[in-house]
Ligand binder design. Structure first.
Ligand code: GDP
Ligand code: MG
Length: 370
């Protein structure tokens, strides 16, 4: 039987936590709202307050939309989500900046940049591409470990004046393990020491066979410094995306994945999220990780207010009740009561897990009695 905190039980019964504590006191139990009580005690309380007893299982409370597949006809094309990986100093950040610079919208807007963990560009041809801005390999693997599969395509950056380095190999392994297609970007080709062909040959040793070596993996020579090859890289991303037929249903309650989150002194909890399906709108009620909230405002990577965020658009969301974790799923629900219920349930579960892991100590025992 599952234990429940007094507060959570109060939430579910729509009663005040303090009233439950009083009732428990009359039953001879001294507990605070944050303490857990066993199921029998919970049932006693429920009866005391004249509610019907309903043993609910986890699946009745928590949200699980994994079985909820969007019908074929509802699917529309969406922008690919791209992650850049590679060895330190091989030029990941420079390439991300150079690609950001090709955004035709940013050109018009005057180039104001907001770092929200991801950005989207509009190409000269009008296509959209989303780039994850933060990840090193840890972010990529951690997100995947938490069940978040946001990356559609990996760009493996290898500096033409260096070679295959430990983190290059790590990136190759992560990408293969994830089953995500890879495009090799051989960077810094403007340098005198650059030798792109040697990189292609060295990649063979790691079973990355690029097109120029009669393989399947697209490769492109680029320079973040001169801008050479950027258009070609963009073309290759779009080609890869086309093959993958990336689609999502934009006309449903939104789901999104947290890319990064923080507490801002002025604005409160902020989460950068990537919409995976549906359209996230200002005013939407949501659950994200163990928190509930309501979208108060959304900002894009150009610092513009966004009223509605479609699939693959990264936005910073204001209005959360707490700071979620990278990889958490954001789900829009239809009422605040529902949002609170799910968040409380997940908090309870998280606390129970922590408590189970915490070693028994005198201190713990005393605080349990307090
Ligand atoms: P990261 O650690 O992979 O993010 O690498 P950075 O983007 O910080 O780049 C490391 C260094 O390489 C910096 O000094 C960059 O200026 C330089 N760099 C990056 N890309 C290029 C390039 O295409 N050409 C040249 N010449 N230098 C580059
Ligand atoms: Mg960097």
């Amino acid at each position: 039987p599952e234990a429940i905190t007094v507060q959570e039980l109060a939430n579910r019964m729509a009663e005040k936590g303090a009233d439950l504590v009083k009732a428990l006191f009359k039953l001879g139990m001294m507990v605070t709202v944050n303490q857990t009580i066993d199921q029998d005690t919970a049932e006693l309380l429920v009866e005391e307050f004249g509610h019907n007893i309903q043993r609910v299982s986890a699946s009745d409370i928590d949200i699980d939309t994994s079985a909820d597949v969007d019908p074929e006809g509802s699917l529309k094309p969406r922008a690919p989500v791209v992650t850049i990986m590679g060895h330190v100093d091989h030029g990941k950040t420079s390439l991300l900046d150079a690609l950001r610079g090709t955004d035709v919208v940013r050109g018009e807007a005057g180039g104001i940049t907001q770092h929200i963990g991801a950005y989207q560009i509009k190409t000269k041809g009008g296509d959209l591409i989303t780039f994850l801005d933060t990840p090193g390999h840890e972010a990529f693997t951690e997100m995947r470990a938490r069940g978040a599969h946001v990356t559609d395509i990996v760009i493996l950056v290898v500096a033409a004046d260096d070679g295959i380095m430990p983190q290059t190999i790590e990136a190759i392994n992560h990408t293969k393990a994830a089953g995500v297609p890879m495009i090799v970007a051989i960077t810094k080709v403007d340098k005198h020491e650059a030798n792109a062909q040697r990189i292609r040959e060295r990649l063979l040793e790691h079973e990355v066979v690029v097109e120029a070596m009669s393989g399947e993996v697209q490769d492109v020579e680029v320079s973040a410094k001169t801008g050479a090859g950027l258009d070609e890289l963009i073309e290759k991303i779009l080609l890869q995306a086309e093959v993958m037929e990336l689609q999502a249903n934009p006309d449903r309650a939104a789901e999104a994945t947290v890319i990064e989150a923080k507490l801002d002194k002025g604005k409160g909890p902020l989460a950068s999220v990537l919409v995976t399906r549906g359209t996230l709108k200002v005013g939407d009620i949501l659950v994200v990780g163990t928190h509930s909230g309501r979208v108060r405002a959304m900002l894009d990577d150009k610092g513009r207010q966004v009223k509605a965020a479609p699939p693959s658009l990264p936005v910073e969301v204001l209005g959360l009740g707490g700071v979620p974790m990278a990889g958490d799923t954001l789900t829009v629900v239809d009422s605040e009561a529902r949002a609170r219920e799910v968040a409380a349930y997940r908090q309870e579960k998280a606390t129970a897990k922590r408590t189970a892991q915490a070693p028994a100590s005198l201190e713990n025992m005393f605080s349990a009695l307090a």
